[in-house]
Structures are given as structure tokens and as C-alpha cells.
Design a protein around this ligand. Sequence first.
Ligand code: PMP
Length: 372
Amino acid sequence: MLYLDNSATTSILPEVRDKMLTYLTSEFGNPSGKYYDLAKNADLAINEARTHVANLLSAKEIEVIFTNGATESNNMVLKGVADQYSDKGRHIITSKVEHKAVLDVCEYLETKGFDVTYLDVDQFGRVDPHDVERNIREDTILVSIIWGNNELGSLNDIPSISNICKNKSVFFHTDATQVIGKVEVNWNNLSGISFLSCSAHKFHGPKGVGAVIIRSDQYGKLIPITPLLHGGGQESHIRSGTYSVHNIAGFGEAAKIAYKNLEINRSKLEKLELKLKDLLTDQFYDKVSFNSDNKNKIPGIINVRFIGINNEILLKKLSPIIAASTGSACSSTEPSYVLQAIGLDLRSIRESVRFSLSPHNSMKELEVFKSL
Ligand code: PMP
């Protein structure tokens, strides 16, 4: 079966699995212990993983706060900033095409008296940086804009948006879950980003682990936010809870491999994407159209409309040979709000499918499209 739903999740690499197994079996210590090797070895594993994640993003090790995934990371930042800075203001800016793990938190915050501006996007799902600037007010405490869209693959102009926020002294958060491991992210050069969310299972790491990267000042102090979880004080008291050592070790290994292969993988994904588009065009001619832009995007994610064919019926029919989805796995029962936001009508949305590739797909296996 050809797996083309890598934006939903990816397979675990053998090196990642092997690394995790060590911490699921012999090295089962709690890294917060101090006196014996089992604890010290687990602590070393956490620190090694932290180094790999920091390297992948060009961040400092102390800025990496491990969480159980991007949903938690997004919740932590939005609720944590809202709680910590509500005296300063109660206005938040986001966009209409964020993942539900941002949008639903914003809706929740609205019930707590916060005012949220949901920015429109262009035909490919991008936010206009000028719109961000125009909407920042005296009482704006946070701007949260997705880096790369999970349904369309479009990249936002994060350097410009983060710069605007920096100049206006407003915190900026970006959900970078879909871009990590596929597009170069240089946190160090983008000092206007205050917080960044990511997740291991989108780039061949395990599910249930991710991170929030939090900007530190020259003294190594992180931007203060109210923690989501209080308890044992792990992760600089920002994220308490016994470490999921095997998951964090697996995340580190996936980050190490992604860092090493970033360029090769990007170029592979670009070639695979071109091949897939060619195959679809050859096979379906004018019965296929592309909702995604073909530039300035995450390589390997395409959103395709099969004109006159219902997407659910198509995907069910294809499921024995090709695995793909209609959009986000986290809101797959409703017609895509992302495609609505870019102006597609309901009929076109019901005919649209997302294919998301992995660098571990091969040109050869894509040829299954020739037999459709
Ligand atoms: N943000 C984006 C853009 C995503 O694609 C996802 C995964 N669907 C998430 C957040 C949630 O990530 P996790 O599965 O790690 O909670």
C-alpha cells in the first residue's frame, strides 16, 4: 500500500525505534533521580535529545521545553500567555486557517473574556503581513500564525510577520508542526518569534512527544508564561511531569536524522511532488486541478481537486492501494474550513484530497497512479 498521508503522521524510522527500545527496557530510570546510573543515563538521554532538537532549529538547548505534542504546545503558549499577560491586554490575533489546536483554544479564551481577531487568508491560505500590522492594537498580547499549512502546504512569511510583532513589542507564536524536518527553520536568526510549537511524529519520530521553543534573553531567562501543568518542576518549571524518556529519546534521534538529511530530503520531496503532479495530470487531464500553490510551500504536500468525484467515495475506493485523506486528521468529518477560507465552494471542497509525501516514498511506488 502506498502511504501518502504523512501530514497526518509518519512511520517511525528503525534508528528511532531502536533508540526508544533502550529506554523502554534496560534503561528505564527516572531522569529526575540523582544517585544512581539508571537515573543519570536517562538524564543523559534527555539532554542528548534536547541538543538534537535545538540543533535542528538553531535554538539554544535551554529554550527547548518538551511536551506531549503540538496540541499541548499550542495550548501551553496561548493559555499561558493569556493568563500571564491579561493585565497588559486581552487581544489575540490569529488566522482562519490555523490548526484546531490553536483555533479551539482561541474560542475557549473568548469565553474567558479575550478578544480574538481571525485574519483572512489569500487563495493559497497565506496571511498578509500588512494585515497583521494593521490589526495590532494597544491591548494585543499575542499573535499566533501557522508557519506551513497542514492542508495546503503554503508557507507564511514568518520572517516579516515576526519582525512586525517584534517592532510592536507583541509576542509572536508560530505552529511549525508541518515544516520541521522539511524546511529549514532558523530560530536564532528570527528573533521576533517568541514561541514555536513542533511535534515528533510528523517527521518519522514517535507520537505523543513534541516541544515548545521559548525565546531566552541574554541571561538565559525564558519569556515567563503560566504553566499548563504544575507539579514536579521539570522543564524549568514550565512543564511538570515525569519525563517520557523513550519518546523524548526517539524525538531526539528523529531530529538528528532530519538535521543531517534536511537538504537531501527537501530535494527528494520536491522531485516526488513533481512526479505525483505529472502522474495525476496524465491520468486525469482536465478532471484534476491543484488547490495548492506550486511555490513557497512545504515540499511534498499537495491539495488536489478531482472534478466531479466525491472525495470520500474516492478515498474509500482507493484505500486498499493508496492511503490519503481529505485534510486534517483532527477535523476530518466536517468540510475543510481551510479550503472554505481560501474561497472554495462546498462542491469543490467535497472533491478535494490531500496527498502528503515522505522522503521515504519512492518514484517507483508512485507509479501505482498509472493503474487507476
Ligand atoms: N498543528 C498542526 C499544524 C498539525 O498538523 C498538527 C497535527 N495534526 C498539530 C498541530 C497537532 O499535533 P500533535 O498531533 O502533536 O498534537
